[in-house]
Design a binder for this molecule. Structure first.
Ligand code: NAP
Length: 280
């Protein structure tokens, strides 16, 4: 019988993660002798933990808050997406060699295109937020030939830096800074993404109701609560809406595929995730 191997989530804290249920259901469905565990480690333990992966039979990790940036210094190779975002959410070990990926953006894109039928090419988008998740989202939109991306963040400097980076690395995508949401015109915009935490605690939407329209797809990365105020008012205005559960699901499916080199059993994983989220 094959020796049991391990995968898991590195973070601090990691207690309420939905990832074990999603990945363990997938291992079971494919008959892979592996277990996905939670690895809660304090900052001073991260380096030694990463150096001991091979001896602990840990073949891959997801990485979450607060270590997505910190782990980079211990990795041997980074994917282009991890380089652009400066953040890693998946580590693959290959004979002691550690490779870092970012599947937040590709998970978002897969949900957007495969399930929601939205093709970014030639479209205009507005992204709220310029943090880790926003970087992953705009990187994928630019890679998929979006015509323009306008970015807003409470930290204007952070948004400006992301705009500059996009314009430098993707000259065919016009990136611009939104200085004031009051002046924002969404008439020509077909995709609005919330990549800020605003809405997690029932806060009012950053975008005023009257600006939303029926030609928009409004995508909120937040999945708990399942309907933020932004999604509620967007739906009332006739827009198509999505929360971030699909992104969470596909970033997990893509992590699984990087580790196992087989297509993820997506329906099994989706069902497990949907069941688990009801318990939150
Ligand atoms: P992050 O790195 O902290 O970025 C959030 C950004 O939003 C920060 O730049 C923050 O600025 C900014 N912000 C906060 N309040 C704001 C406001 N009132 N107006 C404008 N900007 C504001 O966090 P993240 O990791 O990117 O995550 C962002 C959201 O996406 C979270 O809700 C997270 O749960 C969600 N997410 C979902 C998935 C998924 O799979 N569905 C994956 C990743 C993240 P300051 O730093 O100055 O506060």
């Amino acid at each position: 019988m094959a020796e049991k191997v391990f995968y898991g989530l590195l973070g601090y804290p990691v207690k309420h993660s939905l990832s074990p249920i999603m990945h363990n259901s997938a291992f079971k469905a494919l008959g892979v002798p592996a277990e996905y565990k939670l690895f809660e480690r304090e900052p001073h333990q991260v380096e030694s933990f990463l150096k001991s992966l091979t001896e602990q039979n840990i073949l891959g990790l997801n990485v979450t808050i607060p270590y997505k940036e910190v782990v980079i210094r211990y990795l041997d190779w980074l994917s282009p997406q991890a380089k652009f975002t400066g953040a890693v959410n998946v580590i693959v070990t290959e004979k002691g060699y550690l490779k870092g990926y970012n599947t937040d953006g590709s998970g978002f894109l897969r949900h957007l295109t495969q399930d929601l039928g939205f093709e970014p090419q030639g479209k205009e988008a507005v992204v709220l937020g310029a943090g880790g998740a926003a970087k992953a989202v705009v990187n994928q939109l630019a890679l998929n030939k979006i015509k323009s991306v306008s970015i807003y963040d409470i930290d204007r400097k952070k948004a400006g830096t992301l705009v500059e980076k996009l314009n430098k690395e993707f000259p065919l995508c016009k990136a611009q800074l939104i200085s004031c949401l009051e002046d924002l015109d969404l008439t020509e915009v077909s995709l609005l993404v919330n990549a800020t935490p605003v809405g997690m605690k029932g806060e009012p939407s950053l975008i005023k109701r009257e600006k939303l329209h029926s030609q928009l797809l409004v995508y909120d990365l937040i999945y708990n609560p399942p309907q933020t105020e932004l999604l509620k008012i967007a739906r009332e205005r006739g827009a198509r809406v999505s929360n971030g559960l699909g992104m969470l699901f596909y970033q997990g499916a893509e992590s699984f595929e990087l580790w196992i080199h087989k297509p993820a059993p997506v329906e099994v994983m989706r069902k497990a995730l949907e069941e688990a989220i009801k318990e939150l």
